[in-house]
Design a protein around this ligand. Sequence first.
Ligand code: BJW
Ligand code: ZN
Length: 303
Amino acid sequence: MLRPDFIGTRNDVFLCHCEPKAWQSLTEIRVFQTNLKKLDFTLTNSYILFGVMKLEISEKLQSRLVPETKVVVLTGAGISAESGVPTFRGKEGLWKKFRPEELATFEAFMANPKLVWEWYQYRRKLLEQVKPNLGHKALVDFQKFFKGFTLITQNVDGLHQKAGSFDIVELHGNIKRNRCISCGKIFESLKNLKEKNPPLCDCGGRIRPDVVWFGEMLPQDALQKAFFVSSNCELFFSIGTSAVVHPAASLPIMAKRGGAYLIEVNIEPTELSFITDEKLLGKAGEILPEIVKLFRKNSQKDM
Ligand code: BJW
Ligand code: ZN
């Protein structure tokens, strides 16, 4: 594998591990070009790297930070991580040793409704206690600044709405809502969060969370809009997503094919990293406010 394997970041310092051949690709990652040091090359025939991160935003990106640029943002679980919402994948991303692929399917729900319902009830309870973070808030400023702006999210947590974003394209539904599997009736919120088993609808059908599971179609209006804006934008930000779940993961690729400048904001490289024009490595809650500062500064210069 040619790509560096990140051990972690803390404050402004990062640690990563890579094979000598991957050394080259490290220089592509703009944020940590400063103070990069090789610490160890003895035990594993690979480098342990240590560096101090310094956010560098290129001229190319800066020149696009003007209100006329058509901007699309795609967010994933990583943007809510700093609010205390667990992500799906990665070290912290497991729930009771189950992978999302094992719980987030209709078959899993039918085979073990109590377990799947319990997972959603647990997450709903958690969401009652968390607040939007600086990353969510920065995207509210993006929406105010750019005249043509669309926020697409894979998240079901409603934190973008809580922060003040609007007209959000929700690709995977919303965890607050429920739906009857038989008659399709929507339940905007169910009162009893303590319920351990999925309740039944008046028609006798089982009630499930109104989210999109593996193997299920995404809401067609949301998906069509996401396809359209992604293919027609000039600047696309992929933020806090591992970019492995389709069709959401194909949106940045579509944007790039359509000629957009593609930026990734993530604490580590992803499947998408090799086609992005710029990788901003770090926490969304730290990087996005810096971008807001930049476009505010630029617009003051023009006045
Ligand atoms: C930070 C950070 C910080 C941490 N700052 N960053 C084409 C190719 C291959 C497969 C398929 C394909 N098309 C369809 C498929 C199958 C499948 C799929 O993609 N499988 C892959 C796993 C291989 N897709 C589907 O089934 C979809 N349906 C579909 O395509 O229908 C058409 C169809 C139907 C039938 C037959 C054929 C076609 C549906 C996908 C539904 C996904 N559902 C879930 C659950 C939603 C409900 C719930 O929340 O419970 O959606 S799964 C889960 O993954 C959830 C997420 O939205 C989604 C994406 O995860 P995300 O957001 O990227 O999170 P993580 O955890 O993976 O990553 C977090 C990232 O944040 C990491 O990179 C961190 O580094 C980073 N991070 N802290 C910035 N502070
Ligand atoms: Zn029903």
